[in-house]
Design a protein around this ligand. Structure first.
Ligand SMILES: [Ca+2]
Length: 275
């Protein structure tokens, strides 16, 4: 009987060593619970061994010895469960490592997207900062139109040749004639909030440049120029920070005004929060 018990004990410790070998392959950070349970098992096995020695020394009955063997079997089963739990923990660890690697790949992708967005923003900012023609083919309005054909649209159609054929290929903008009327207004809607740099007004060249004397130009509520002499072209530079959505060309006197073309140069568009 003593030989049988020794074989059982040897088997128990052999399995315990195998369990320790499996545990050795895991990262130490996640073994603390398994290690604690193994320590408890060692204490239990030592206690059982001392109890068996005590039984042999006292020459107790075989019934008690069988009970001890049953207890050792229970401990071995617990040991098997612990090994299974250790393997489950290893699987969880493996999945965690895979998840972390996936997260790292996602973070790398996000970093790349952020870099591309920053690059695009830089290009957009460069494009917005370019001073360019921002009035051509934009929406216009004037409070009257001569002959129902000299529309305000001709002031931003991009045609301002030196031809005097104002009835043909180079029509001008013209309100209804009437030197006793006031408040002739032409409005150019820029379609967004722009920083205004320069406004160019091209007078007609066949006659009547004096019609434009008394005209004031506004960028929204900001006056940026006035016409006080007869010229084929007026350039009004805006050297301060003037942002506007509309350009107003207003005759302040009781007389006509007419232009081949009106050009607004600026940068943008901008959001209200940026200005
Ligand atoms: Ca024109």
């Amino acid at each position: 009987m003593l030989i049988v018990i020794q074989l059982v004990i040897l088997s128990f410790f052999s399995n315990a060593l195998r369990a320790e070998s499996v545990a050795a392959s895991r990262p130490a950070s996640l073994d603390s619970e398994v290690r604690a349970i193994k320590d408890q098992l060692r204490e239990v096995s030592l206690s059982l061994r001392e109890e068996m020695y005590s039984l042999f020394g006292d020459n107790r009955s075989d019934l008690l010895l069988l009970q001890v063997i049953d207890l050792i079997k229970e401990v071995k089963e617990m040991q098997g469960q612990i090994i299974g739990q250790a393997e489950s923990i290893e699987n969880i660890e493996s999945k965690l490592v895979e998840s972390l690697e996936s997260l790292e790949r996602i973070e790398d992708s996000q970093s790349e997207v952020r870099s591309q967005v920053t690059e695009v923003n830089g290009k957009v900012e460069t494009m917005r900062s370019e001073i360019r023609l921002i009035s051509q083919q934009k929406l216009t309005w004037q409070n009257s139109t001569l002959g129902d054909r000299l529309f305000s649209e001709y002031a931003v159609d991009g045609v301002y040749t030196l031809s005097n054929d104002w009835n043909g290929v180079n029509p001008i903008q013209h309100p209804i004639s009437g030197h006793n009327q006031r408040n002739f207004v032409l409005i150019i809607d820029l379609g967004g909030l722009f920083k205004i740099r320069t406004v160019k007004l091209w007078s007609r060249i066949d006659c009547c440049q004096s019609y434009n004397l008394g005209v004031f130009i506004y960028a929204d509520g900001e006056q940026i120029g006035g016409i006080v002499e007869e010229k084929p072209l007026y350039n009004f530079d805006v050297n301060q920070h003037v942002y506007a959505r509309k350009i107003y060309v207003k005759q302040s006197l009781a007389k006509n005004m007419n232009f081949r073309e009106i050009q607004v140069y600026g940068s943008g568009p901008y959001d209200e929060s940026e200005v």
